[in-house]
Write a protein that binds this ligand. Sequence first.
Ligand code: UT7
Length: 336
Amino acid sequence: MTNNYIPVKIAGVGYSLPETVITNDDLTKLYDTSDEWIYSRTGIKERRLVSGDEDAIDLGLVAAENALKKSGIKPEELDLIIAASSAPPQLYPAIACHIQSRLGIETDIPAFDITAACSGLIYGMHVAKGFINSGIYKNILIVATDNNSRYLDWSDRGTSILFGDGAGAMVLTAAEDGVDDILYIDIKAKGSIGELIYKDNVGQNCPLVEPCSEHDGFIHMNGRGVYTFVAKILPKYVEDLLEHAGMKAEDIDYLIPHQANLRIIQAVQERLGYSDDKVVTNIKYYGNTSAASIPIALAESVEKGNVKLDTTAILCGFGAGMTWGGAIVRLREGIC
Ligand code: UT7
């Protein structure tokens, strides 16, 4: 750490969900499944899905506006926008460019997307932290948003039961009081097992050359493979985060994990020895909202009074790539 190190304040967190609810019972109209099968294996009862032309950009905009309002930072005071999405509605323009435009920002601030799937918020936080710590940028908006429902094969019951749509956003800024809200952060990837979850872009070769093989644009997942890998690495990884931060499980007030499967969350909870009231879960109502799941879980649990502020939390996520990451953060009063 140099003398010029500028600490980071988490200034605001917001979220947004589409209104349309699809229950497990609804899914029985699509294929042979049951509420009992889905709920017992995943903890999911229902999910919210985009409908009509609504998409991840619309959801992301509302989440961004909510986070900005909480932060007290105006859109025109932002220095950078980072969007994190597993599969953006358009590869370009980036979601972040759309958000810049729809927030009415005319100062040409940089805006770009990162692809780290469900680890997107943590990846975005790490990138933003670097910019703030070094003094390059002061006010950064991260928007984590996904409309996976549009890329699911709705005849594939192994995958389409799992995902929901939603958006979360976080505003990070230089901490003028010198108090760092990111106590520790880490991100990881293992590309060699990337085939566990993938989504191809659909395309074709020039008609003058040999055609390429055909790909669909659907999300493909080896659910059992993902489960086995994550259940093996994540509990130990979270324990290591604490050790690197020089903290113990009992020093932290809440675990706010990516909501992908209740059994994976419970494995981490067990390892940390946390009671249920220390662990945020809302997968029952929203399914896996990918990049958005951690900020939705954080902001919604504060709104509902299940998480108190002026506390600390472990945020952790994992997803396609495979990627994973975690952050130990201070949750200040007023951030959501
Ligand atoms: O952020 C993304 C991260 N992704 C994840 O976290 C996914 C983690 N994995 C999982 O949550 C679980 O693997 C799933 C819930 C997706 C699947 O559970 P599973 O116990 O691993 O099921 P499976 O894929 O091994 O399938 C077991 C059986 C199969 O039948 P047979 O071949 O044994 O006769 C499937 O056809 O269950 C069947 N099956 C279903 N049955 C009823 C698969 N999906 C369904 C379904 N309803 N929806």
